[in-house]
Each structure stands twice: as C-alpha cells, then as structure tokens.
Ligand binder design. Structure first.
Ligand code: PBG
Length: 308
C-alpha cells in the first residue's frame, strides 16, 4: 500500500552524475572531502561513463581540472583544454546513451578562481566575462557537449550563449541555466575537487541565501533568455526556491545536490551517527517532492544501481 500510494519515486533516468576529469594524471585521484568521489584520468572517465550508461542514468555533468591556469581561463576555450578533451572522449565512449553535459564557467581555469575575468580593480567584470563564455560555449559544442551548464551567474549569460550557438549553427546544443544559484558554504568540498584557487567569495555574482523572491526573478530572466532547463542550487537548503521555480517553469527544473550535502551525509554515516542509505534516499526524495524533474547528485550511480 505504501509503495502504491507513494507520490514520488526515484528513477535512474532522472539522475545526473557530476564527474571531474583531471589533466596530467594516469590514475584516478581521491578527493579527501568527498569520500568515494575521484578526479578522473581520461581512461577512468571512459569507464565511469560506460558504467553510468549501463546503469541507465539520464546524463553526466563534466568538470575539468587543468594543470595550468591564467587570469582569463584560456584552458576553458582551448579545444585541447582538459574539459574539451574529456568531452570528446565521453561522447566517443557513450554516444547518445547519456546526455553529455559540461560545466560552462571559468572558475576551474582561472588563477584567481573566480567564475569570470577581473577588471582593473579586481572585481568580476560581467560583460567581459560574457565574451569568454561565448568562446567557451563554442569550444564545448564543438567537442560534442549536448547541454551546456551555465553555472557562472553572470547577468545575460543565457542570451549571450544562445546567440553565439545559433549563429554558429549549433542549434541543437541546449542550455541548462543555473538560474538560482546561491553563494553557499556547501560548495566547500567542490573547491578541493577542482583545486580551486579562490580566495574570498562569490557574493558579487551568486545570490544571498536570505532571498527567495530573487530566486524566482533569476529563473524568470533565464527563461526569457532562452534556457532549456532551469537549475536551483544547492538543493537541500533551497527547497522553497525549487518549489517556487517548478511552479512557474514551462521547461524542466533540476536541482543540484552539491558537494557539501554529499560530504555531510557521508561524514555522519562514517561516524555511525546516521543511517547512510536511508539518509541518502530521503535527501533525494525530498528534492523530488519539492519539484525537481531531475537531480544532479554524486550518488547517482549508486542509487541507480540500487533501483535496478
Ligand atoms: C562553478 C561551480 C561550482 C559548483 C558547480 N559549478 C562551484 C562554485 O560556484 O563555487 C559546485 C558544485 C558542488 O559543490 O558540488 N563552476
């Protein structure tokens, strides 16, 4: 009876696995603050996406970890930058079995760790950053990414990327807009995962955790600019925002269960303070209940396999 009357359930096709690919390594390297998650080599990335396809996941979201960084994030635009190389390898490996998605943001590639380029006074320059995002979008589309994850929170980024994609004939490359992305402490472990160079914070472009209405405003703007999917991030502390966005959106709405959410449950479970399996499942079904059509989660593969 309980199963039959459940209002929500998890399905592998609605789970997306974030993956990190590191330049210059031949072995996968563990990430201390995210037990079970690694920085992949190209070879181990190929194996990981094959497993993801076999498990029936909806997609993978790729992040690059370059060896060298500079002020403008050149590695993000270089066709031979690690993220673009990784994307080509993944597309070659799994083709259309998964939706291959890429993080479109400069923070992994800049030596100051910000999501954009800086002006003379050291502030993130929104409009100069849009020019870099346009080039990055072309590089990613040419590498075979099917869905570009615009996570930088620059104003006007969706419109800028849509325009350049269409002009270059990439009319089938879709845009996932991190519409409501909050300046969150829960990104902590991710900064280790990508060897982030950031000192300071992202509060001049990411949202204030106190603001709910503003999340809806950001989502509405991205819809108007041509977003194909909207994302709310992080998930657990922003379920009200997720619910608001799901209520107004006429495109799919996803949520990102971020690194800190993963680390909290893993750490508590490792101490024996929480039932790991039940806590993971409850955290995910709560995100579904709040209105997510699909979820990015570092547990995607494990959950998908347990559902089969
Ligand atoms: C930016 C980006 C971040 C995350 C995804 N994309 C970091 C940030 O905004 O500081 C965080 C994901 C996570 O914590 O799991 N490229």
């Amino acid at each position: 009876m309980r199963r039959l009357t459940a209002e929500n359930r998890l399905h592998p096709a609605e789970l997306i696995l974030p993956l990190f690919v590191r330049e210059g390594t031949s072995e996968p390297l563990p990430i201390q603050s995210m037990p079970g998650v690694v920085q992949h080599s190209i070879d181990s990335l190929r194996r990981a996406v094959t497993d993801a396809a076999t498990a029936g996941l909806g997609g993978v979201m790729l992040f690059g970890v370059p060896e060298r960084r500079d002020a403008t994030g050149t590695g993000a635009i270089d066709p031979d930058g690690i993220l673009n190389i990784g994307t080509r390898a993944v597309v070659e490996e799994v083709g259309d079995a998964l939706v291959v998605q890429t993080d479109l943001c400069l923070d992994e590639f800049t030596d100051h760790g910000h999501c954009g380029v800086l002006d003379a006074s050291g502030r993130v320059d929104n409009d100069a950053t849009l020019l870099r995002y346009r080039d990055m979008a072309l590089a990613q589309a040419e590498a075979g990414s099917q869905l570009l994850g615009l996570s930088g929170m620059m104003d006007g980024q969706v419109a800028a990327v849509r325009e350049v994609l269409d002009a270059a004939g990439h009319i089938d490359t879709a845009i996932l807009a991190y519409a409501a992305k909050y300046a969150s402490a829960f990104y902590g472990p991710f900064r280790e995962a990508v060897d982030s160079q950031l000192s300071g914070d992202r509060r001049s472009y990411q949202q204030h955790p106190a603001n709910r209405r503003e999340g809806l405003r950001e989502a509405t703007l991205d819809l108007a600019e041509g977003a194909d999917v909207l994302m709310v991030k992080p998930a657990m502390s922003y379920l009200d925002v997720l619910s608001d966005v799901a209520a107004i959106s006429d495109v799919p709405v996803w949520a990102y269960q971020v690194s800190g959410e993963y680390a909290m449950i893993e750490a508590a479970a490792a101490h024996g303070w929480i039932d790991r399996g039940r806590a993971i499942e409850e955290s995910l079904i709560g995100i579904k209940r709040a209105g997510a059509d699909a979820i990015l989660t570092y547990w995607a593969l494990e959950i998908a396999n347990s559902l089969r």
